[in-house]
Design a protein around this ligand. Structure first.
Ligand SMILES: C[S@@+](CC[C@H](N)C(=O)[O-])C[C@H]1O[C@@H](n2cnc3c(N)ncnc32)[C@H](O)[C@@H]1O
Length: 373
């Protein structure tokens, strides 16, 4: 059967392009254009990977930029204040206690960014339990060299910096990752003329970045409306396999915005969830400002659970951040916290703020007591 070219209008509606020329052309734009001219259009996931993780010009490689903060492009639960880290420290302490208070316990953080979450967790360990503080080794896995250098300067010897999680081999520990899964490069798909197409990034006659497609067969049904655009699953096996092998026994805490598979691929969600952040505003122009704005997509929690289960991990029910942090905060709330802390708690858990948009997924490995209701 001959493949019909896709009708791009659905894609143009979801992510208008070409647009007015940005005033400044990011340096990465030029690199991408010459790469596409030489080797042909890039799958969207490769484009997104370059935009976020190009070793020098990627959005997350620019260690000098205040990208994730109240002064930057977007905020996270960590930006709300130190309470988020304090409550996660309490969560990990409970797990440590329930599993026999081992004398060595590794906390592995991913996506440590500017080191704020690490600082907030580490600062509270002694107050929570000096024996826990003494047992903990804090390790940050950060693939980008510029960011590793930045974190080394900020954290000194409080944390060990590694470039890949396969450098960790330990008996028991925990992984903490806030808003990391949403930053993994995803493929983008367009449903047109009764078939799926993978979205590519090409160049037009004026040497601007532009959309293109090629027929594809993602693991999705074939009953979507013309022009339906959605993102696929990131390469979870490659990402999760080394993490599953780091520990013999572990708790994994993933916090992120996301959906289950059914909601994510609902026919009414015609433009998927891919979006960009720049100057505290979201936009639908991923081809603008490559390397100078965040590109993100909601996490498909069902896919993460499935991939983790395949690797021998146990997935526990996803719950919203409101419920999750309220449980983590039980002892803290009973200890008469100050007003500043209460305000942070409200922001982190209120349904109209961080409470109902973010979810926690816990995974465990090995014969452990999870210590969660
Ligand atoms: C949205 S930021 C999260 C910032 C921080 N955790 C917070 O909550 O404020 C996403 C981070 O995930 C990091 N990241 C993406 N893939 C990663 C990987 N494979 N290993 C470690 N970090 C990764 C990015 O470099 C970036 O710093």
């Amino acid at each position: 059967m001959s493949q019909k070219p896709a009708e791009l209008s659905g894609l143009q509606q979801a992510f208008q392009y070409p647009r007015l020329k940005p005033k400044a052309t990011p340096e990465l734009n030029k690199i991408l254009i010459s790469e596409i001219r030489e080797s042909g259009p890039l799958p969207f996931s490769s484009y997104m990977a370059q935009c976020l993780y190009h070793p020098k010009l990627g959005y997350y490689a620019r260690a000098e930029a205040t990208t994730v903060s109240k002064k930057g492009d977007f905020i996270t639960s960590v930006s709300v204040g130190p309470l988020f880290g304090q409550l996660l420290a309490r969560r990990l302490h409970r797990f440590w206690l329930a599993n026999g208070s081992p004398s060595h316990f590794t906390i592995l953080e991913l996506g440590a960014h500017d080191g704020s979450l690490a600082t907030d967790i580490l600062t509270n360990l002694t107050e929570i339990d000096p024996a826990f503080a003494a047992a903990v080794s804090y390790v940050i896995s950060e693939p980008l060299p510029a960011r590793r250098n930045f974190l080394k300067t900020r954290l000194g010897d409080k944390a060990t910096l590694i470039s890949h999680p396969d450098e960790v081999q330990t008996e028991i520990g925990a992984l903490v990752a806030n808003e990391v899964l949403d930053a993994l490069p995803v493929p983008l798909y367009l449903f047109s003329k009764n078939q799926w197409h993978e979205v590519l990034v090409a160049i037009d006659n004026d040497d601007n970045l532009a959309w293109d497609t090629r027929p594809a067969s993602p693991d999705l049904p074939l009953n979507y409306p013309e022009g339906y655009v959605t993102e696929g699953v990131p390469d979870l096996p490659t990402f999760l396999t080394p993490l599953a092998q780091c520990f013999k026994k572990a708790l994994y805490v993933w916090i992120d915005y996301g959906l289950d598979q059914e909601s994510l691929y609902h026919p009414a969600r015609t433009a998927g969830t891919l979006r960009c952040y720049r100057n505290q505003k979201s936009n639908a122009h991923p081809l603008d400002f490559p390397g100078e704005q965040d590109i993100t997509a909601d996490v498909n929690f069902t896919a993460v659970e499935k991939a983790a289960t395949k690797l021998g991990l146990q997935a526990h029910p996803v719950m919203n951040q409101s419920r999750y942090l309220t449980y983590c905060a039980k002892d803290w709330l009973l200890a008469n916290p100050d007003q500043k802390g209460i305000q942070q708690f409200q922001t982190l858990t209120h349904p109209s703020q961080f409470g109902n948009r973010f979810y926690a997924l816990e995974l465990t490995k090995g014969d452990v007591t999870r210590a969660f209701p």
